[in-house]
Design a protein around this ligand. Structure first.
Ligand code: ATP
Length: 218
């Protein structure tokens, strides 16, 4: 990661077990809406107390590499995978904030499901001290919080003006108008284990990798 100021920088974290079009398509649409030149994919190191991904960290990374190999919008940051212990998103964002300086606009991309459960994240109240949040629509998830306090938090920080995201370094939430893509990694793993086709759900190169490495067969 370079330290030169260069417009809004955006990260997209995930387990990517495996990466799929539900990750890629909404984020591509978001990038157009907001004018992102680049999105940095950040594969997570999964904590031992959580259900473990079926693919190894290296396999998840290789699938991410294959998924975006011909797509100049995306780059990959392997910092979380390289550590021997899991990182909290807040820690990674703090590290990036140190590298980029306090005035560089920085954003973290999440799906609507993640927004709705954001108050379960470690140090979630400090996230907006580090970055903006850019939210992609996800089918099946409400556009509002059930908890009025969380809805108030959203209302306080939400902007409808994407240009504001580059004028300010952090602190805003932008709910993007992205296509609803009804795909989850859980559904893909289930389909693969029952031998169903996933052709329209993941890039071909990723599907070939999954087949070559006999992944998700249990
Ligand atoms: P799993 O089914 O294993 O829980 P997942 O498909 O939700 O996985 P993750 O890697 O956990 O994928 O998700 C990373 C990020 O991508 C999260 O912020 C999540 O909200 C978002 N995301 C995943 N799938 C979609 C989708 N279909 N539409 C919009 N956002 C999505």
């Amino acid at each position: 990661m370079t330290c030169k100021p260069q417009g809004l920088q955006a990260l997209f974290g995930g387990t990517f077990d495996p990466i799929h079009y539900g990750h890629l398509r909404p984020v591509e649409a978001l990038a157009k809406q907001v004018g992102l030149q680049r999105v940095i994919l950040l594969p997570n190191h999964v904590p031992p107390h959580r259900p473990q991904p079926q693919a190894s960290p290296m396999q998840r990374l290789e699938m991410v590499q294959l998924a975006v190999q011909n797509n100049p919008l995306f780059t990959i940051d392997t910092r979380e995978l390289q550590k021997s212990t899991p990182s909290y998103t807040l820690e990674t964002l703090s590290e990036l904030r140190e590298e980029l300086g306090s005035t560089q606009p920085l954003a973290f991309i999440i799906g609507q499901d993640s927004l709705l459960s954001i108050n379960t994240w470690y140090g979630w109240e400090q996230l907006l001290d580090k970055c903006h949040l850019l939210v992609c629509a996800r089918p099946g998830y409400s556009t509002h919080f059930a908890d009025p306090q969380m809805q108030q938090w959203l209302n306080q920080h939400q902007t409808d003006n994407p240009r504001q995201l580059s004028l300010q370094a952090k602190g805003l939430i932008f709910i993007a108008d992205t296509p609803l893509v009804n795909i989850s990694a859980t559904e893909i793993r289930q389909k693969l284990s029952s031998g169903d086709s996933c052709n329209d759900l993941i890039p071909n190169a990723v599907l070939e990798y999954i087949q070559a490495h006999h992944l998700y067969q249990e």
